[in-house]
Design a protein. Sequence first.
Length: 242
Amino acid sequence: MQLHMPPRRRSSTRQIRAQPGKDRPVTVERSVLAIAWLADASSPTGPDVRVLDPEHLLQLGETEPWQAVIVRAVPSDERLYDFDTRYEMTTYPTDLLWGPGPARRAAAWYASTAPPPDAVRSTRRVFVAHVHGKKVFPPRSPAAAASVPVPLREGQWYVVRADTPADVLEFARQLAAGGTSPVSSSAGGPAVEVECSGDWASVTGHLRASLGTAEMAPVADFYLPRRWSVDMSTGERLRTGR
């Protein structure tokens, strides 16, 4: 399958509601945070998952096997409990810096490394949407899309720009339902613009050429133990566990 790019002079880009001032990027400040969890199969409420300052990891104690990751994320992001390197499940960009591993090792790494906070663009971000027949996958980052194993590469892939993963997911759901020109997200959100579409090889080749190899470095599979069930075809929480 060939890569489909909008013509230079006459754009065929599809949009989901134009966003005023979309060319003015908005940035968000990110902090370095720890996400720690304690899996307890006997607990009726599921795993105990906490977001905390890395300096407080040692306060979790030594008697229980706390595991942790260190991430760079927006502290107010309510979807941090859904963090998953395979898919864009958090509202704002979240990067895995270390882990997973024992909480004490995470604390030692943080103390010796002292990674700084940063600020990243939160609008018109690059996502990769994936539709295979009627099956819809949650949005991926470019690097996560490039790391997809061979058995999961079938279907149609789209490089899009949008403000949130929720808008990309709504776009993909409408495509899977047979739509050819989606008009708006379920929440009336900002535009989703298609940069290109095609099979996996074509789309990831385009991303490597446009973003460079550093942005496409392999992504290790990691996801937090769920405090609730998540429908991975919609990204929606199905059952509150706490």
